[in-house]
Design a protein around this ligand. Structure first.
Ligand code: BMA
Length: 339
């Protein structure tokens, strides 16, 4: 096994299942997927593309809940084991800095990231078109909106779990206002979570077919002694529509706009009924990953077919070995990303 270490806290209660003996891939699915069934709340038809993290002696999460009017909003969920979830029945009540209600018109694909003592939620919302919304909380009772970080159009904003060089760091994916047929990952910095700049290109779709159309950051990057481990989604356009798979790359620890390793193969693609069949078929869309720094275990949370949430497991050393064995970094990946 290759020597690689996760830099972070132990998480002995990370959900886990050993790799099945007949599995030849570096990532394997939880045998009880999907973990959230349809109609989980009276007004919510489907929960998918959601993010979880450890909290107190259990777990907490922000969940994309598709309401019965078809509009997505974000719901809070609690769990003891990160597998069985109970959801708060009402949408997360976002407020402005004065404490007055300030709800986005819609909100989807939330990510949840803790930096220092504050939890940040970022999502896609309307700002005269698809754009990024953000809020912060310390107690999961009050959720204060922050300034929208980027101009429209943008999706898939993912914050790093610590500052680099004194600045907050966030990945995002500029796009258009429809089912965007292009998309590269960029990175931006902020001193105060209000003004964002030093925008750099990180990576583009590749020449390999599975992520040839567009890509977007997935889970908050995991810090390792070999760099930041990034799970992202990659899309191919087929005669039957878009297919979303999960990829993995390693970004430079101090200059994360540089991709130092990138796996030319996907690490998970739609294969199971709950990934291939649903509101939007053939979608595996990662939004979070739990990790245990002690054992190197990783549990990836991903939306399945815009209908369900699934978990997939990996160990950091086997995954890293797989990335190295299929490493294909392009010139634009390696660049600092400023032109
Ligand atoms: C993307 C996003 C995701 C969704 C995916 C597949 O554009 O909107 O929320 O999972 O499409 O429909």
């Amino acid at each position: 096994m290759t020597d690689i270490r996760i830099i972070g806290s132990p998480l002995p209660n990370i959900p886990w299942q050993d790799k099945p003996s007949d599995c030849t891939a570096p990532v394997w699915r939880f045998s009880c997927n999907p973990i959230i069934n349809r109609n989980p709340l009276p007004n919510v038809a489907r929960i998918f593309n959601s993010a979880v993290m450890p909290y107190n002696d259990g777990f907490i999460g922000v969940f994309r809940g598709e309401q019965r009017d078809g509009m997505p909003h974000i719901y809070l969920g609690h769990s003891k084991n990160a597998i069985d979830w109970t959801f708060e029945p009402e949408k997360i009540p976002f407020t402005n800095a004065e404490g007055k209600p300030f709800m986005p018109i819609y909100a989807y694909d939330p990510r949840l990231v803790k930096v220092d003592d504050t939890y940040y939620i970022m999502w896609c919302q309307d700002e005269y078109g698809a754009s990024i919304g953000m809020a912060k909380t310390t107690d999961f009772r009050t959720f204060t909106r922050l300034e929208n970080p980027f101009l429209p159009y943008n999706r898939n904003a993912v914050l790093f779990p610590r500052k680099i060089g004194g600045n907050f760091i966030m990945l995002s994916r500029p796009c258009d206002n429809a089912h965007t047929a292009f998309g590269d990952i960029f990175i931006s910095e902020s001193k105060d979570m209000e003004f964002w700049g030093r925008h750099r290109h990180v990576m583009s779709p590749s020449k390999n077919w599975w992520d040839s159309l567009k890509i977007g950051a997935g889970a908050a990057p995991i810090e390792t002694d070999k760099g930041w481990l990034l799970f992202y989604h990659g899309v191919v356009n087929t005669c039957n529509g878009y297919v979303y798979s999960i990829g993995a790359a390693i970004l430079d620890i101090d200059q994360p706009s540089r991709v130092i390793h990138r796996c030319s193969n996907y690490i998970l693609a739609p294969e199971e009924w709950y990934e291939e069949r649903g509101f939007v078929p053939n979608v595996c869309f990662p939004c979070a990953a739990l990790c245990d720094a002690e054992s190197g275990r990783i549990a990836i949370y991903y939306g399945c077919a815009d209908s369900y949430v699934g978990i997939a497991f990996a160990t950091v050393s086997e995954l890293y070995e797989y990335i190295l064995a299929h490493d294909e970094v392009s010139v634009t990946d390696e660049e600092i990303g400023l032109r």
